[in-house]
Design a binder for this molecule. Structure first.
Ligand SMILES: *[C@@H]1O[C@H](CO)[C@@H](O)[C@H](O)[C@H]1NC(C)=O
Ligand SMILES: *[C@@H]1O[C@H](CO)[C@@H](O)[C@H](O)[C@H]1NC(C)=O
Ligand SMILES: *[C@@H]1O[C@H](CO)[C@@H](O)[C@H](O)[C@H]1NC(C)=O
Ligand SMILES: *[C@@H]1O[C@H](CO)[C@@H](O)[C@H](O)[C@H]1NC(C)=O
Ligand SMILES: *[C@@H]1O[C@H](CO)[C@@H](O)[C@H](O)[C@H]1NC(C)=O
Ligand SMILES: [Fe+2]
Length: 451
């Protein structure tokens, strides 16, 4: 009897506590070890042919979406192949752009010939074909440029983070590709290859990862954010240049937004203004990133791009015990600006699970007043952790209890999300776990633009 009363009381108390916070999903999956796909997997296959381009990937190449950076790797010989031949679907006229070539060494690894070629002056909203490997084995791909920047342009972004190259990573990518909502561009929130989990950061795993994601990123741009697994800082083997493999392989158009480093920059795409921040570059007062962001936010014209999206690797609002508080020092620096400029949504990775916040801010604090609790704030962004791409480190399952009031929904499953902008006032957001069929939404919400 006593035990029964205690049990009932426990349930009542538990219910009361939970109702303060949001929902912790009760979805049950088998938590298994995530393992990298072996080197001889189908997804890592080297394309046939002499000096055939591999690891083909594209990203936006300017500030507004009229340029594309095409990158690829050849391994047999460097000569004569940094060119891209391209033409629009409804034109017979083919154009040739000349790129450049880089290589690098990492401990005892020597990279292939990494080609980067920016093609410019593209027409908006147009399908282009492009060919790389000219002179040897040619491979042909295509992409569709975004519509001209403007407030009522609909556009669909995919969200993927911390993907790695495990069997689960492959499921995430497949689910993204087969999602009937059809993402047009991926906003990638950092941690790509996890090559640094291998002895000497075996950079062969940068190559395999590049071949694995080609099936998506050769056809639609991925917007890159640097995560901690991109740092590759390994003084014990003489590798002291941070982000070396990442920056050699994944160029971004940072100069177009007057940034001075590839780790923080912005682009406009359709009706969205996207700001990429660097969790692993200095952001204290007077640092280059701080000054850039201070000057950048006032430039965002919400009559032109009503949707303001921020990407960063380490989340500011995270109720998992993994990486708890790691985003805190950046939050302290930048959160007042996000509230002032009414950022719509912040996407992060790093924590290998899913979480969506209420609109909250925590900016009242001063040493004197001691106010340090997040409060509901309609000017604040929604914070979404989407570090659930499926990498070798596995799922984050350890949540702080009870769920804090700022946390609206959290679940420890792999998956991806879609941010579907309908017009200047409405955007539909949904999160999709890998265990479900492709069209199933495990979490969703409408965004109403507050401008
Ligand atoms: C690099 O060094 C490691 C450890 O000494 C060795 O196992 C590996 O085969 C070497 N790789 C190359 C490409 O020389
Ligand atoms: C990866 O996913 C694709 C598409 O579903 C499938 O064809 C392929 O066999 C998978 N490869 C591995 C190693 O799981
Ligand atoms: C902001 O964008 C609107 C719509 O494109 C335009 O009419 C207006 O001139 C822009 N404002 C500034 C300050 O550039
Ligand atoms: C969960 O995290 C808490 C806080 O870091 C820690 O004390 C606890 O041991 C962790 N639990 C497990 C099962 O790892
Ligand atoms: C914007 O999109 C929403 C959702 O699709 C729709 O209900 C609304 O009518 C649209 N507004 C305009 C002005 O078209
Ligand atoms: Fe990370």
């Amino acid at each position: 009897m006593v035990a029964y009363i205690v049990l009932v009381l426990g349930l009542v108390l538990n219910g009361a506590v939970l109702s303060n916070g949001g929902k912790t999903s009760t979805f049950v999956r088998k938590v298994e070890k995530t393992i990298d796909m072996p080197l001889d997997s189908d997804v890592f296959r080297v394309p046939p042919g002499y000096n055939a381009p591999q690891q083909v990937h594209i990203t936006q190449g300017d500030h507004i979406g009229k340029a594309v950076i095409v990158s690829w790797v050849t391994v047999d010989e460097p000569a004569g192949s940094s060119k891209v031949l391209y033409w629009s679907e409804n034109s017979k006229q083919k154009k040739l752009a000349e790129g450049k070539l880089v290589t690098y060494r990492f401990f005892n690894y020597t990279s292939g010939y990494i080609h980067h070629c920016t093609i410019t002056d593209l027409k908006f909203n147009t399908k282009y074909y492009y060919v790389v490997g000219i002179g040897h084995t040619e491979r042909k791909f295509w992409f569709i440029t975004p519509p001209e920047v403007g407030p009522d342009v609909s556009y669909t972004f995919g969200l993927i983070g911390d993907i790695g190259q495990t069997f689960d990573s492959n499921k995430t990518l497949t689910h993204y590709e087969l999602n009937p909502q059809k993402g047009q561009t991926v906003l990638f929130v950092g941690d790509l290859s996890y090559a640094d989990k291998y002895p000497n950061h075996d950079n062969v795993r940068w190559d395999t990862c590049g071949r694995f994601v080609e099936r998506s990123v050769a056809y639609q741009p991925w917007i890159w954010t640097a995560g901690n697994h991109e740092i590759d800082f390994a003084p014990e083997i003489g590798e002291t240049e941070p982000f070396k493999p990442y920056t050699k392989r994944y160029p971004v158009p940072y100069e177009a937004s007057r940034s001075t480093a590839p780790f923080w920059y912005s682009i406009k795409r359709a009706s969205a203004y996207i700001i990429v921040l660097a969790s692993y570059s200095a952001y204290g007062k007077y640092t280059p990133q701080y000054i850039w962001l201070r000057d950048e936010l006032p430039k965002v014209n919400r009559s032109e791009t009503p949707w303001l999206i921020v990407l960063m690797h380490a989340p500011w609002y995270n109720s998992y015990n993994d990486h708890y508080m790691e985003g805190e020092s950046m939050r302290v620096m930048f959160e007042p600006w996000f509230v002032k400029y009414k950022v719509d949504v912040v996407f992060s990775g790093h924590v290998h699970a899913y979480e969506r916040s209420e609109r909250v801010s925590n900016i009242a604090y001063s040493i004197v007043n001691g106010k340090c609790i997040p409060v509901r704030d309609q000017s604040a962004p929604v914070y979404i952790t989407i570090g659930d791409g499926g990498n070798i480190e596995g799922l984050a399952t350890n949540m702080s209890e009870p769920q804090p009031p700022y946390s609206a929904y959290r679940e420890s499953s792999f998956g991806h999300a879609i941010f579907d902008i309908k017009n200047r006032t409405h955007a539909y957001y949904s999160w999709h776990r890998n265990e479900d069929r492709y069209a199933v939404e495990a979490d969703s919400m409408w965004f109403f633009n507050r401008q």
